[in-house]
Design a protein. Structure first.
Length: 122
């Protein structure tokens, strides 16, 4: 009986071991500001990277509403995305910082990398 319990414990630990964790690598991230003809300001992020996951999501905040935007993956699971992270109807006149998160999802596993813009100014 004791051997059976030990065997079941070993099987349980083996069955719970993760073999293929999600990976996410960001090779380049570039934050930049733009304005449209109406004077509205946009905070943009150009990001390049790779994953072993099924999808990559990037957190945006638009005008305050959080939204996960999907990045397109090529056949080798690389992504090259240029996305608007936030926009302002009244452009800030002082320095400010923005942040976002990039998440890769593989099955039930995910990995997230936080990104910070550093100081930005229009």
């Amino acid at each position: 009986m004791k051997k059976l319990i030990v065997l079941l414990v070993i099987i349980a630990f083996t069955a719970c071991t993760k073999k293929d964790d999600a990976t996410l690598s960001i090779s380049t991230s570039q934050w930049y500001l733009t304005r449209d003809v109406y004077g509205d300001g946009f905070v943009n992020l150009k990001i390049l990277g790779s994953t072993n996951g099924e999808k990559v999501m990037i957190l945006t905040s638009g005008d305050g509403v959080l939204y996960w935007a999907k990045a397109d993956l090529d056949s080798e699971k690389n992504f090259n995305t240029d996305i608007t992270i936030a926009f302002f109807h009244e452009v800030p006149t002082t320095e400010f910082e923005m942040s976002s998160k990039v998440m890769a999802i593989k099955g039930n596993d995910s990995i997230m990398i936080p990104l910070s813009s550093g100081k930005l100014k229009y």
